[in-house]
Write a protein that binds this ligand. Sequence first.
Ligand SMILES: [Fe+2]
Ligand SMILES: [Fe+2]
Length: 310
Amino acid sequence: MRFDRMIADEVRIEPRDWMPEGYRRTLIRQIAQHAHSEIIGMQPEGNWITRAPSLRRKAILMAKVQDEAGHGLYLYSAAETLGVDREELLDLLHQGKQKYSSIFNYPTLTWADMGAIGWLVDGAAIMNQVPLCRCSYGPYGRAMVRICKEESFHQRQGFEILHTLSHGTPAQKAMAQDAVDRFWWPSLMMFGPPDSASTHSAQSTAWGIKRFGNDELRQRFVDMTVPQADVLGLRIPDPDLRWDEATGHYAFGAIDWDELDRIIRGDGPCNAQRMERRRTAHEEGAWVRDSADAYARKHAAAATTTSDAA
Ligand SMILES: [Fe+2]
Ligand SMILES: [Fe+2]
């Protein structure tokens, strides 16, 4: 079959190509979940824009939050090439029928959380997303190339916030440590359940959507992050963390999968608040969508009149 041959030859699948229904559905689910994560992810950081400690920090944070909105837009557009409507996907999110990343259900309690999110959460996102640049579906892979460039800026700005705090006063250093203490384990959970418990992995790998297992990506993230924590002068909150000479990797402690389950089921510290805010933002934006529609109709009508005249 042509589709299988294209996948085997690593030729990109494009919207015009025939594809199995399961491939289309898997991509819609994954891209939508990803898009939802980008726009819900604006909330924990949007919380700190008015309280950023300087004009420079405020400008950087605003740019980052706007980037996340842009990532959402690229991804909803990529999903639309598969024959769904953005409005439909947003409805599914608002009805709780599609998910977003568990990480955004944790609160942002201090300014240092902006650092921990950039360094750890955007860092984990990059680890997950760089392989997606080679995803077999063209529009998704191309969107990811642009997104990953911006994510690396997000990661650097988070690292810089923590570096400044950890080399500041003892109180600032303690605030940075507290943020890392709270965001470390949830960041490891961002890679999803262990491969042994993951339901979609094998088929997604065969289809060239997923390139590496959850556990492998999680391990890479730990290996990349631990030396950075040393540079920051901050401690990773895991007493079992140690370098393993035999494997050439850092060994780390057990992850609390019950906590992840609870959050996925909607029972995390901020699930209700995030969804409520999202629905309100959508309702309050109705006039913008209506105006854009009216404007587009007016222009379409004017174009028809002109071409009739010609
Ligand atoms: Fe993003
Ligand atoms: Fe980001």
